[in-house]
Design a protein around this ligand. Structure first.
Ligand code: B1M
Length: 241
């Protein structure tokens, strides 16, 4: 038998449910890297059955796995097709987590429109933010990727949300957030909404510079900051009345 066959046999021998938690997480990082969606879905459901919270499965197995993919993408070891497969596998796992993260009997505490900016097709982080906001009791209108300023303005007018969220993952697309905010200013609707921005290349300074109300490092922070800002705004409105 050749070495190649040995490797194939070894891989076939792995039974995810027989691995310890640590081994399973490591295997899931490998499976995400290899874009193996079915295995990611299975691993996700095993961890949930073992009593892991949805947040822990998300952060320890999926987000960390995607971080590793990102490093090798940056270093030219992985290329777009492989990263797309990894992203697809991650979405498979997120599909299982979505209802758990969004589980809430509370009536909506606010409304959010969220979308990735023009020129940018990254949507995993945005989708996570949308899920966590839903989990925090928000009604979320997700307008997808590659949104021009007109798309944002139309969504604001149509849905009248409390919060506009914008996502950008590229240094070349993040300045577009200012285009949207400037348009809101020139149409005199900027103060009608709380604007939150996020995405890996952003930081707080950038958020301030483009005129956003807040920069969110991650989905969890968005789910904290959104309601807090709505509370503050409503308290101010009451005080002004
Ligand atoms: Co792209 N890509 N990519 N990519 N990609 C990055 C972003 C990159 C950092 C990779 C690298 O070089 N290490 C790099 C950007 C470099 C830069 O600009 N500084 C890069 C590049 C260069 C590119 C292309 C240009 C590659 C090419 O074609 N040569 C191309 C651009 C396409 C385009 O958009 N026009 C491209 C394409 C792709 C794929 C299509 C293959 C795929 C996207 C698939 C998809 O999203 N459906 C992809 C992926 C998957 C990545 C990496 C590997 C992973 C991104 C991700 O999903 N992370 C990424 C490297 C990395 O970031 N490690 C990379 C997991 C996610 C949970 O985190 O998105 O940061 P994140 O979201 C977080 C926070 O940022 C925050 O909360 C989220 C959850 O906690 N957040 C918000 C995000 N949005 C928010 C909005 C908010 C609040 C918080 O609103 C209120």
């Amino acid at each position: 038998m050749t070495d190649e066959n040995d490797i194939a046999d070894d891989e076939e021998d792995i039974v995810l449910s027989e691995l310890s938690d640590d081994e399973l997480v490591e295997q899931m990082h490998d499976d995400l890297y290899d874009g193996m969606k079915d295995e990611i879905v299975e691993g996700t459901s095993i961890l949930l059955e073992r009593g892991w919270s949805a947040e822990k499965v998300l952060n320890v197995s999926l987000v960390e796995g995607m971080r590793i993919v990102g490093v090798d993408f940056r270093d030219g070891i992985l290329f777009v097709p492989e990263v797309l497969l990894a992203a697809n596998a991650m979405k498979g796992g997120m599909g299982l987590l979505r209802p758990l993260l969004a589980e809430t009997g509370v009536k909506p505490i606010g409304k959010m429109v969220i979308g990735t900016v023009k020129g940018d097709i990254h949507d995993i982080g945005k989708n996570l933010v949308a899920m966590m906001m839903e989990g925090g009791g928000f009604e979320v209108i997700d307008i997808g990727i590659n949104n021009a300023v007109e798309d944002y303005m139309q969504a604001l007018e149509e849905h009248q949300p409390d919060i506009l969220g914008m996502s950008a993952l590229l240094t070349t697309t993040m300045p577009y957030m200012k285009v949207v905010i400037d348009e809101m200013v020139s149409q005199r609707v900027r103060d009608d909404y709380i604007v939150l921005v996020g995405g890996a290349p952003l930081n707080e300074e950038f958020g301030l510079a483009v005129g956003a109300d807040g920069y969110c490092r991650d989905a969890a922070q968005s789910a904290d900051m959104g309601p807090a800002m709505i509370r503050d705004r409503r308290a101010l409105e009451v005080a002004d009345a």
